[in-house]
Design a protein. Structure first.
Length: 165
Protein backbone atom coordinates (compact mmCIF):
# COMPACT_ATOMS: atom_id res chain seq x y z
CA UNK A 1 0.00 0.00 0.00
CA UNK A 2 1.49 3.30 -1.01
CA UNK A 3 0.83 6.43 0.98
CA UNK A 4 1.27 9.81 -0.63
CA UNK A 5 1.99 11.83 2.42
CA UNK A 6 3.36 14.86 0.64
CA UNK A 7 1.38 17.81 -0.56
CA UNK A 8 2.63 17.65 -4.13
CA UNK A 9 -0.01 18.70 -6.65
CA UNK A 10 -2.02 15.75 -7.89
CA UNK A 11 -4.72 15.36 -10.43
CA UNK A 12 -7.46 15.05 -7.87
CA UNK A 13 -10.24 15.25 -10.46
CA UNK A 14 -8.96 12.11 -12.18
CA UNK A 15 -8.40 10.44 -8.85
CA UNK A 16 -11.97 11.32 -7.81
CA UNK A 17 -13.37 9.73 -10.98
CA UNK A 18 -11.32 6.65 -10.34
CA UNK A 19 -12.50 6.28 -6.74
CA UNK A 20 -16.16 6.92 -7.54
CA UNK A 21 -15.82 4.49 -10.44
CA UNK A 22 -14.48 1.85 -8.09
CA UNK A 23 -16.78 2.42 -5.10
CA UNK A 24 -19.90 4.00 -6.61
CA UNK A 25 -21.15 7.50 -5.86
CA UNK A 26 -24.49 6.81 -4.18
CA UNK A 27 -25.22 8.13 -0.69
CA UNK A 28 -24.74 4.74 0.89
CA UNK A 29 -21.25 4.61 -0.64
CA UNK A 30 -19.86 7.40 1.54
CA UNK A 31 -18.07 5.04 3.92
CA UNK A 32 -16.49 2.83 1.23
CA UNK A 33 -15.40 5.99 -0.60
CA UNK A 34 -13.77 7.38 2.55
CA UNK A 35 -12.09 4.06 3.24
CA UNK A 36 -10.72 3.98 -0.29
CA UNK A 37 -9.34 7.53 -0.02
CA UNK A 38 -7.67 6.72 3.27
CA UNK A 39 -6.28 3.46 1.89
CA UNK A 40 -4.66 5.38 -0.96
CA UNK A 41 -3.42 8.41 0.98
CA UNK A 42 -3.30 7.45 4.64
CA UNK A 43 -5.62 10.38 5.35
CA UNK A 44 -8.43 12.36 3.68
CA UNK A 45 -7.06 15.16 1.48
CA UNK A 46 -9.45 18.10 1.35
CA UNK A 47 -9.07 18.74 -2.39
CA UNK A 48 -9.87 15.14 -3.19
CA UNK A 49 -12.97 15.16 -0.98
CA UNK A 50 -14.13 18.27 -2.84
CA UNK A 51 -13.61 16.70 -6.27
CA UNK A 52 -15.45 13.56 -5.25
CA UNK A 53 -18.46 15.51 -4.01
CA UNK A 54 -18.73 17.23 -7.39
CA UNK A 55 -19.50 13.90 -9.03
CA UNK A 56 -21.10 11.84 -6.25
CA UNK A 57 -24.57 11.97 -4.70
CA UNK A 58 -23.42 13.41 -1.40
CA UNK A 59 -22.39 16.94 -0.46
CA UNK A 60 -19.14 17.91 1.20
CA UNK A 61 -21.02 18.55 4.44
CA UNK A 62 -22.48 15.06 4.31
CA UNK A 63 -19.16 13.44 3.54
CA UNK A 64 -17.39 15.32 6.34
CA UNK A 65 -20.27 14.44 8.64
CA UNK A 66 -19.67 10.75 8.04
CA UNK A 67 -15.89 11.11 8.23
CA UNK A 68 -15.91 12.87 11.59
CA UNK A 69 -18.35 10.34 13.03
CA UNK A 70 -15.91 7.46 12.66
CA UNK A 71 -12.62 7.71 14.51
CA UNK A 72 -10.84 5.56 11.89
CA UNK A 73 -10.67 8.51 9.50
CA UNK A 74 -7.96 11.13 9.75
CA UNK A 75 -7.73 14.55 8.18
CA UNK A 76 -3.99 15.05 8.27
CA UNK A 77 -1.19 12.86 7.02
CA UNK A 78 0.53 10.72 9.62
CA UNK A 79 3.79 12.05 10.96
CA UNK A 80 7.16 10.68 9.98
CA UNK A 81 6.98 8.88 13.29
CA UNK A 82 3.48 7.56 13.79
CA UNK A 83 2.81 7.03 17.48
CA UNK A 84 0.14 4.47 18.26
CA UNK A 85 -0.51 4.33 21.94
CA UNK A 86 -2.24 1.22 23.20
CA UNK A 87 -5.27 1.95 25.32
CA UNK A 88 -6.33 -1.68 25.67
CA UNK A 89 -7.29 -2.96 29.12
CA UNK A 90 -3.85 -3.97 30.36
CA UNK A 91 -2.25 -0.75 29.15
CA UNK A 92 -5.11 1.31 30.49
CA UNK A 93 -4.62 -0.24 33.92
CA UNK A 94 -0.85 0.35 33.67
CA UNK A 95 -1.34 4.06 33.01
CA UNK A 96 -1.84 4.52 29.26
CA UNK A 97 -3.92 7.62 29.99
CA UNK A 98 -0.96 9.38 31.58
CA UNK A 99 1.23 8.34 28.64
CA UNK A 100 -1.24 9.89 26.18
CA UNK A 101 -1.36 13.09 28.24
CA UNK A 102 2.43 13.26 28.42
CA UNK A 103 2.73 12.78 24.65
CA UNK A 104 0.12 15.43 23.89
CA UNK A 105 1.87 17.84 26.27
CA UNK A 106 5.32 17.15 24.92
CA UNK A 107 4.30 17.39 21.26
CA UNK A 108 1.61 20.03 21.70
CA UNK A 109 -0.75 17.95 19.63
CA UNK A 110 -3.98 16.09 20.22
CA UNK A 111 -4.86 12.47 19.61
CA UNK A 112 -5.55 12.14 15.88
CA UNK A 113 -3.30 15.09 15.17
CA UNK A 114 0.09 15.56 13.53
CA UNK A 115 2.71 18.00 14.83
CA UNK A 116 3.24 21.17 12.80
CA UNK A 117 6.65 19.98 11.62
CA UNK A 118 5.11 16.74 10.34
CA UNK A 119 7.39 14.63 12.52
CA UNK A 120 4.96 12.99 14.92
CA UNK A 121 1.33 11.95 14.86
CA UNK A 122 -0.54 10.54 17.83
CA UNK A 123 -3.19 7.86 17.69
CA UNK A 124 -4.69 5.51 20.21
CA UNK A 125 -5.24 1.87 19.32
CA UNK A 126 -6.68 -1.24 20.92
CA UNK A 127 -4.50 -4.02 22.36
CA UNK A 128 -1.25 -4.42 20.45
CA UNK A 129 -0.86 -7.98 21.70
CA UNK A 130 2.08 -7.43 24.01
CA UNK A 131 0.28 -6.69 27.26
CA UNK A 132 3.17 -7.95 29.39
CA UNK A 133 5.06 -4.80 28.31
CA UNK A 134 2.22 -2.47 29.32
CA UNK A 135 1.94 0.41 28.83
CA UNK A 136 2.99 0.06 25.22
CA UNK A 137 3.08 2.14 22.06
CA UNK A 138 4.26 1.72 18.51
CA UNK A 139 6.70 4.29 17.21
CA UNK A 140 6.63 3.66 13.50
CA UNK A 141 7.34 -0.07 13.23
CA UNK A 142 8.92 -0.36 16.68
CA UNK A 143 7.12 -1.53 19.77
CA UNK A 144 8.19 0.31 22.89
CA UNK A 145 7.05 -1.00 26.28
CA UNK A 146 7.13 -0.08 29.96
CA UNK A 147 6.44 3.52 29.02
CA UNK A 148 7.02 6.09 31.69
CA UNK A 149 5.12 9.36 31.26
CA UNK A 150 8.00 11.21 32.95
CA UNK A 151 10.47 9.85 30.39
CA UNK A 152 8.38 10.48 27.30
CA UNK A 153 10.72 13.07 25.83
CA UNK A 154 13.69 10.72 26.13
CA UNK A 155 11.71 7.85 24.63
CA UNK A 156 10.78 9.94 21.61
CA UNK A 157 14.31 11.22 21.11
CA UNK A 158 15.79 7.75 21.35
CA UNK A 159 13.30 6.23 18.94
CA UNK A 160 13.60 8.98 16.35
CA UNK A 161 17.41 8.86 16.50
CA UNK A 162 17.37 5.11 16.07
CA UNK A 163 15.02 5.23 13.10
CA UNK A 164 16.90 8.05 11.46
CA UNK A 165 20.11 6.07 11.62
S1 LIG B 1 -3.61 -3.93 26.26
FE1 LIG B 1 -1.92 -2.86 25.48
S2 LIG B 1 -0.80 -4.39 24.52
FE2 LIG B 1 -2.51 -5.44 25.25
Amino acid sequence: MSHHECTCPKDFAAEARDIVGACGGGREQAIPVLQEIQKRYGFLPKELMREICKIADFSEAQLYGVATFYSQFRFKPRGKFALKVCVGTACHVAGAGAVVDALCDELKAKVGDTTGDGRFSIETVACLGCCSLAPVMMIGEDTVGYLDPLQIKKTLTKASEKQNA
